[in-house]
Write a protein that binds this ligand. Sequence first.
Ligand SMILES: NC(=O)c1ccc[n+]([C@@H]2O[C@H](COP(=O)([O-])OP(=O)(O)OC[C@H]3O[C@@H](n4cnc5c(N)ncnc54)[C@H](OP(=O)(O)O)[C@@H]3O)[C@@H](O)[C@H]2O)c1
Length: 319
Amino acid sequence: MSLLVIGGTGTLGRQIVLQALTKGYQVRCLVRNFRKAAFLKEWGVELVYGDLARPETIPPCLKGITAVIDASTSRANELDSLKKVDWDGKLCLIEAAKVANIKRFIFFSAQNVEQFNNIPLMKLKYGIETKLQDSGIPYTIFRLTGFYQGLIEQYAIPILENLPIWVTNENTYISYMDTQDIAKFCLKALQIPQTTNQIFFLSGSKGWVSSEIINLCEQLAGQEAKIQKIPLFILKVVSRFFGFFEWGQNISDRLSFAEILSAENNFSKSTFELYKMFKIDPSEIIQLDDYFLEYFIRLLKRLRDINFEDVQKQKNLVI
Ligand SMILES: NC(=O)c1ccc[n+]([C@@H]2O[C@H](COP(=O)([O-])OP(=O)(O)OC[C@H]3O[C@@H](n4cnc5c(N)ncnc54)[C@H](OP(=O)(O)O)[C@@H]3O)[C@@H](O)[C@H]2O)c1
C-alpha cells in the first residue's frame, strides 16, 4: 500500500511517517519546502512538491497512491492561509483523491468541532468532515484533543525560562495524547476494515486540569511557575478580536482554546472501547507524567553535556 502524507513535517505528521516506514509502507510526502523536509527524505520518504494553497500542485502528487493521510493545517504565523489551506486546499485534495480512486482518506479534526462554528478553524474542519463524508471516498476521521507536544511550549518552557503562564479559573479535565499514540491509531485504521467511514473521538486515558500539569512541571523542573490568572469571560471577550484559531501556538490559540474548554464537553470521555477495536493495549499508551519525565531527563542531560563542553573549552583556553 502506498501512502501520501500531507503535513509530514508537522508534529503529528512526522510520527505517522516514521511509524508507516517502520511498518514497511511506501511513503510519499507532499511538501512545500524540500529543505525543511530533508529529514523525511533521510528516513526514506519520497518527497513531492505540493502546496495546499496552490491547488494545481495537488493532483499530480496522488499518482499511484492507495491511501491519503492528511495531517496538515495552516501555520499560525501565515496569517492569510487559513481559508486557502484548511478549506480551499482540502476541498481540492478531496476532489483529487476522488479522481485518483483513493481507497482510504484519513483526516484529523478536533473534538466538539460541531459546537464551535464561531471559531474559524473549527468551522472549516467541520465543513471538511462533511465534504469528505459526502465524497464517496472511504474515509476515517479522527477527532483529536490537545497533544502532549503542545504542553511543552505552553507549560514546561515558560516554567524553565521563568516566564508567565496564563491560566483561567476553568477546571476542565482534558485527556491529552502523545502524537506517537495518535499515529498508532491512524496506521491501525488502514489495516482494520471496520474503521472505514467512521468518525472516532481519540483522547488519552486520563484527564488533566492545567494546575496539575503546572504542578508536575514545577516538580520536574525544580522551579516555581509564574502563574497569571485571568477570568475566562475576559479571555472570551478578547478572543472576539482574534479571528484565527490554531492549537497551542500563539495567543489566539489560548483564547479560543479557553472558549472550547468553557463548554460542556466530553474531552475526558474514555476511549477504552476504541482501544479494543483498534487492537491497541491501553497500557501501551504513553502517560503524560512519563512523557514529561522523559522530556526533563533529556533536557537536563543536554544541559549537562553543554556545561561539560564549556568546561572543556575553558580548560583548553587555560592550557
Ligand atoms: N495540535 C493540536 O493540539 C491539535 C488538536 C486537534 C487537532 N489537530 C489537528 O491535527 C493535525 C496535525 O496537527 P499538528 O499540530 O501536527 O500540525 P502542525 O505541527 O502545525 O503541522 C502542520 C503541517 O501542515 C503543513 N502545511 C501547512 N500549510 C501547508 C500548505 N499550504 N501546503 C502543504 N502543507 C502545509 C505544514 O508544512 P510546513 O512544515 O511546510 O509548514 C506542516 O507539515 C491538523 O489537522 C490539526 O488541525 C491538532
